[in-house]
Structures are given as structure tokens and as C-alpha cells.
Write a protein that binds this ligand. Structure first.
Ligand code: SF4
Length: 309
């Protein structure tokens, strides 16, 4: 294992110093005029029962499901699964979302901090190799708040932050030394496309800044002798029909401005879901040729740590 990669997650030290609780309190206070993610709506999520927020989420995080996930990358799922906690709602809401019922329709229920902590401990008891927060960008304060009781009750697993990369810089800084593995999905390059498909014209700018900050905090992905990810950056990229994801540009950015050693999962599983049938350019699955081209562009850019599945 890399010498930079300690045996214990960084949040234990932060908790010992009282810094984890201080950050959680500041983050929860910020919900009164929310700028937790890049939307910066300014909604009062602390006091209003139905805040006027893009993410449709109030004081407490909503959780859709919590289970050992055996479908994640090998270095996350290991042999006992990745301990995923799927948050409901989303700060992006792509029109083609493959989890439409969770991100758009908000399937799930609100959980208070002790209950969220209990979910993490349950996943640890199941033998999971990490805690994998899925779609966490709009509930970072709630995650920090729940981590305090989770650590007191024995949580010791690495934390995975599994995000659409539409994250604010300040919020990512709250997560410095808390998150062990950042897993952003870099979705689009062209502002016109991100505007049309995710109502986020500045997605590229936000995602580039976010990925730079994630890499600054954790570096390239470190995988231990058992094949498990311990710390670092793992980028996902969903190949889309008709080059709508801007794969070649995303790969060049990663290779030239982040690191040629960036671990990348070029994902071929796109299929039309959600409202995708309303958008002709994405209303079909990707072809084998499009997937091959995406992998070739990654390699041409100089990336070599491509997920083999
Ligand atoms: S987290 Fe939600 S309320 Fe806060 S800025 Fe983002 S979308 Fe708006």
C-alpha cells in the first residue's frame, strides 16, 4: 500500500480533534441559505418544511436504499460488496437518468442523523469494504452530521463519494480528510448539451473545478494488495449516443490537467430512460463502435488505468 495511504480513514483524526463536529455544525447552519451544491439556490432548508430548492430536499436527507452492492467496480465491491447508501432526489436530474424513480420521483424516506449512522454501521457489520454515498452532493451537511455518531459507535470503513460532479468547491473542502475515495461521474463537456440534458449550462466548468479539488485532496487511486481501493480518485464516464457526452474532450482533460494515472471507468451501459425519448439524439442505446471509440480516445489521450469490466 502507498505510504500516503494510512490504515485508518482520515475522519477518525478529525473526529478526535473535534473538527468533524465543528464542520458538521457549520455545514448544517449553512442550510438556512443553501449553497451546498453548485446550484446555490439560497433556499432555507433548515426551517421550511417544503423549501423552494432544486434538489427538493429539506432538513433531513432522504434515503432510497442501503445494501451491500456487488455491481460496483471490482476495487470497490471486493468480495463482500460496497456499502451503498442511495440518497433520493438529485441536484442534477439528467433527463435520461437511469435511476429516474429515485432522482426525479424521490422514492425514499427521510432519515435523521442517528438512523443514517445506523445504516453505515449496519453495512460495516455486513462486511462491506467501504461506505459508498450515492448522489450525495445535496446532503453533505447531513452526511457530516451523521458521521459523528457513526464514528463514536465504531465506524472505521473508507468513505466513497459517488457524485455527478456538480459539486461546490466550498462543500468539497468540508470533505477534505473525510472522503477517502472520490468517484465523480464526468457526464458532459459541451455546455449546450449539459444545458439541454441537465439544466446545467456551466456543468463543465463546475465539474472540472470539482475534479481538480478531489484530486488535490486524495491523489490518484491507490489499490491495495487485496485489490481494494483505499484512497484516491476514480472517474466514471457514461458513453452516450452521438458523442453527446464529449468523451474525447473529457479524456483529454483528465490526462492533461489531472493525471495520466487517473483511474477511469468508461461505461457502456447507457440506455434511454426517464424522459430520454423526448430527445432524439439520445433516444437509443450506444453502439459497440461508439464504446470502442470512447475507449480508444481515452488511450489516445494517454490514460491507461481503464477499468477492465
Ligand atoms: S443542495 Fe439543493 S437547495 Fe442547496 S444549492 Fe443545491 S439544489 Fe439548491
Amino acid at each position: 500500500m502507498n505510504a500516503m495511504c494510512s490504515e485508518y480513514p482520515g475522519y477518525l483524526k478529525l473526529h478526535e480533534d473535534g473538527e468533524l463536529a465543528r464542520r458538521a455544525a457549520r455545514a448544517v447552519d449553512s442550510l438556512t441559505e443553501c449553497a451546498v451544491c453548485a446550484r446555490a439556490c439560497g433556499a432555507d432548508r433548515l426551517h421550511e418544511e417544503h423549501p423552494n430548492s432544486y434538489c427538493r430536499t429539506g432538513r433531513y436527507a432522504r434515503v432510497s436504499s442501503c445494501f451491500p452492492h456487488r455491481g460496483e467496480e471490482d476495487c470497490l465491491r471486493g468480495w463482500n460488496g460496497s456499502g451503498t447508501i442511495f440518497f433520493s432526489q438529485c441536484n442534477l436530474r439528467c433527463v435520461f437518468c437511469q435511476n429516474f424513480d429515485i432522482s426525479w420521483q424521490g422514492e425514499g424516506r427521510p432519515v435523521e442523523p442517528d438512523r443514517l449512522a445506523g445504516m453505515m454501521l449496519h453495512l460495516q457489520d455486513c462486511g462491506c469494504h467501504n461506505i459508498n454515498f450515492v448522489t450525495p452532493s445535496h446532503v453533505v451537511p447531513q452526511i457530516l452530521e451523521a458521521l459523528c455518531p457513526a464514528v463514536e459507535r465504531g465506524l472505521r470503513l473508507p468513505i466513497v463519494y459517488n457524485t455527478g460532479a456538480y459539486d461546490s468547491l466550498e462543500t468539497l473542502q468540508w470533505l477534505d480528510s473525510v472522503v477517502d475515495i472520490y468517484m465523480p461521474d464526468f457526464k458532459f463537456w459541451d455546455p449546450e448539451v449539459s444545458k439541454q440534458l441537465a439544466n446545467a449550462e456551466n456543468y463543465r466548468e463546475v465539474a472540472c473545478r470539482a475534479v481538480r479539488e478531489m484530486h488535490r485532496q486524495v491523489g490518484d487511486l491507490v489499490i491495495d494488495d487485496d485489490g481494494l481501493a483505499r484512497r484516491g480518485l476514480l472517474v466514471r464516464h457514461l458513453v452516450m449516443p452521438n458523442r453527446q457526452a464529449g468523451t474525447a474532450d473529457v479524456m483529454r482533460f483528465l490526462a492533461e490537467e489531472i493525471s495520466r494515472d487517473t483511474y477511469v471507468n468508461v461505461m457502456p451501459q447507457y440506455h434511454p430512460a426517464g424522459h430520454a425519448e423526448q430527445y432524439e439524439m439520445i433516444n437509443r442505446p450506444v453502439t459497440l463502435d461508439e464504446c470502442r471509440e470512447a475507449v480508444a480516445t481515452a488511450m489516445e489521450a494517454g490514460l491507461w488505468r481503464l477499468d477492465r469490466r
